[in-house]
Write a protein that binds this ligand. Structure first.
Ligand code: SF4
Length: 688
């Protein structure tokens, strides 16, 4: 560590970012400043705040409340926005009726209102105290990163700091500051001196040096990625919001993240004994798939943010360095999508024979058995494969580049190798057909033994997505989300410009509008939604449903505990067994038929066998292929939620009020999600 005495720069990690892992954005920026020998402290205000209001409420607001309410931002808007407009009965009633009453059934409206207003008061006091603390520590520059619901916490803090000391410079960056959203932030909140849009790696040090030396900062050529006080004075002349973005050319040039202050702040906190920390690490930025065929719903990655990845040696050296320095072997990889080249270059080298390491990665879903086996051997125990749907026509509509049979294969392989998946089933795509959901509902119960989706989610329209960019073609008149106006205190135009998520006019918002018309009008999605709830419930039981097969003495023994099972235990043999084994290749039906016809078997006989296997629900015909559904051999346990490689709360230590553990709160969340999925079909957790 360099220059830890009297640092002049303070980077602040504001609520409600997770307390179980450090911020990679701030860790990297601190790494850049270390290299330039500029003293810096990263302050984990999120840990202080979680301690202040209690982990139960931190989790409730930051993770459990539907994101469409912006409740985390609302907590911090007292210094920005009039409470008469913000703290209305309308806003609080909707939160109560859509969320609180389902998650905490014994709480009445007045208790809910008092709780929320009380927490908001505490949040405001926290901001005032934090501002005083920062002033007393005599920093000259305060920087913060804003993604998800961290925006108003940072903006409020900056306002209070400026009220106490005008000479301190404030800088805001992060995903919420990209392009037009950043421009709106800079225009709307004049106490934010600088807004950075995009990846600051290549200029952050010179920006900080210039400010410390009292020099004006000039933007890089062809980019106005930094909005400065001078630009504000010049009334934003020649600023093109869409051009406001820079990317780092070579990820190998980045410093290693400096997470020292996270561990220092965590150690000082009384939450340290219950937090199981993990580290964030990035091997790539951008999306190699989206660069060619962006998924239509995806708002990730500014058009300038092309795909880049670290070289294998560099990535592995960084991994070893961080693991050794912080004695942590759990890594949440921040990549949007795993590089397929890493299967040759990196994954075999992740396998550490002396020590267990655990990784979370996002991948594409076109994985084969050797990919899954190699990932498991390397400690990649948790994967988000971007499954999104189980109907090929819907997958095609969203440009996903995989077919339903491949998604089923991924589900099957992951279950066979004990890899836990995070995935959502999305619905509500413009131009989709009800028939496609009807088709899925006919066979969905057959895969009850594979891992269900976390939720059945109506898509949202995100900035930079194909739907956003081509709204006229899809006939979408986009509006900001209804709760936005209660939270951000902006005029109508700025509300649109500051939004990342939109609701097309005419689309019901099932959470905000308490509107289940969508559900009634669409029996097809309703059917799939109900089947998914059943599937999720089966998967919450102690004994998970099983469809296992084992070959013994020329026969296949079947154990089938699915609700749709033909029998719980039975055997198949002879031609039926041979056809079943051929279906394990998941090949085209015509190829499987040819194989047996070439052996002299009659077509009618094969047809009969295939129909028998279908009746026994052992195979599924989809995308013109025959898919065997049974899992072979011993079926491994799936990692529990407590084993998430991105960190967690130590279940054995924590006891919250009402004798509820944090994981019981998680169960409450699942119950809650099930309830609103069944009645309104749309929990609003963010999808990928
Ligand atoms: S959803 Fe995932 S795979 Fe699709 S474009 Fe976005 S990041 Fe890439």
């Amino acid at each position: 560590m360099k220059n830890r005495i009297n640092p002049e720069v303070c980077l602040v990690c504001m609520p409600f970012s997770s307390i179980v892992r450090p911020s990679i954005a701030l860790g990297l920026l601190q790494g850049h400043l270390d290299k330039a020998n500029i003293s810096c402290k990263t302050k984990y205000a999120n840990i202080q705040f979680a301690e202040n209001i209690g982990l139960k409420y931190y989790t409730m607001i930051g993770s459990l409340a539907p994101s469409d309410f912006f409740l985390a931002d609302w907590m911090f808007n007292k210094f920005i926005f009039s409470s008469e407009v913000s703290d209305t009965e309308d806003y609080i009633t909707r939160i109560y009726e859509s969320f609180i009453i389902q998650a905490y059934p014994t709480m009445n409206y007045n208790e809910c209102k008092n709780l929320l207003l009380g927490l908001k008061e505490k949040s405001s006091r926290f901001i005032e105290d934090l501002a005083i603390q920062i002033i007393e520590e005599k920093y000259r520059i305060i920087g913060s990163t804003s993604s998800f619901h961290q925006h108003l916490a940072s903006i409020s803090l900056f306002k209070k700091i400026k009220e106490l000391d005008q000479s301190i410079t404030t800088i805001l960056g992060g995903a919420n500051c990209e392009g037009k959203m950043g421009l709106t932030t800079h225009k709307s909140y004049p106490w934010v001196d600088y807004v950075v849009s995009g990846e600051a790696d290549e200029f952050f040090t010179s920006l900080i040096s210039n400010i410390l030396n009292g020099l004006e900062y000039k933007n890089l050529e062809n980019s106005s990625a930094v909005l400065t006080p001078e630009i504000r004075l010049n009334n934003y002349q020649e600023i093109e919001a869409e051009n406001m973005f820079v990317v780092s050319k070579n990820l190998d040039d980045l410093p290693y993240s400096n997470f020292d202050d996270y561990f220092i702040d965590l150690k000082k906190s009384n939450l340290s004994e219950i937090v199981k920390p993990a580290l964030l690490l990035e091997s790539s930025r951008g999306c190699w798939w989206g660069q060619k065929h962006k998924c239509t719903f995806c708002g990730l990655n500014h058009p300038k943010a092309h795909y880049r990845k670290k070289s294998p040696d560099r990535l592995l050296a960084e991994l070893d360095f961080l693991e050794k320095k912080y004695s942590v072997s759990m890594f949440e990889m921040t990549d949007n999508i795993l590089s397929m080249e890493y299967f040759k270059e990196v994954i075999p080298r992740l396998n550490n024979k002396e020590k267990s390491r655990y990784f979370f990665y996002e991948t594409k879903s076109n994985l084969n058995e050797s990919h899954i086996r190699e990932m498991k051997d390397a400690g990649i125990t948790w994967v988000q494969p971007g499954i999104e749907s189980l109907n090929t026509k819907i997958l095609k509509l969203m440009n996903k580049g995989v077919m339903a049979w491949q998604n089923i294969k991924t589900l099957k392989l992951a279950r066979s190798y004990g890899i836990r998946l995070s995935w959502n089933f999305l619905w509500g795509f413009p131009k989709e057909d009800d028939k496609w959901y009807e088709e899925v509902s006919e066979w969905l119960p057959l895969i009850e033994h594979l891992q269900p989706p976390s939720s059945f989610l109506q898509i949202r329209i995100h900035r930079h997505s194909t739907y956003f960019n081509n709204k006229e073609d899809y006939n979408l008149n986009l509006k900001y989300l209804p709760a936005f106006k209660y939270v951000f205190g902006l005029d109508e135009v700025s509300l649109i410009d500051a939004s990342y998520t939109f609701k097309p006019e005419g689309w019901a918002d099932p959470v905000w509008d308490f509107n289940d018309n969508q559900y009634k009008e669409r029996p097809s999605t309703s059917k799939v939604g109900k089947l998914i709830i059943d599937w999720q419930r089966s998967f919450m039981k102690f004994q998970l449903p099983v469809l296992s097969i084992s070959e013994k003495n020329e026969k296949i023994e079947v154990l089938d505990t699915r609700k749709c099972s033909y029998e719980i235990q039975y055997k198949i043999q002879d031609l039926e067994k041979d056809v079943y084994i051929s279906c394990e290749r998941m090949d085209f039906k015509k190829n499987i038929y040819s194989e047996f016809i070439n052996k002299g078997i009659d077509l009618l006989e094969i047809d009969l066998i295939v129909e028998t296997l279908k009746k026994k629900k052992l195979i599924l015909e989809i995308d013109d292929r025959l898919i065997a559904l049974g899992l072979r051999g011993e079926i491994p346990h799936l990692p529990s939620r407590n084993d998430f490689p991105g960190g967690g709360i130590n279940q054995s230590v924590i006891e919250l009020k009402n004798n509820k553990t944090i994981w019981e709160i998680e169960e409450t969340k699942n119950e809650y999600l099930s309830k609103i999925t069944s009645t309104k079909l749309c929990p609003t957790r963010a999808h990928k």
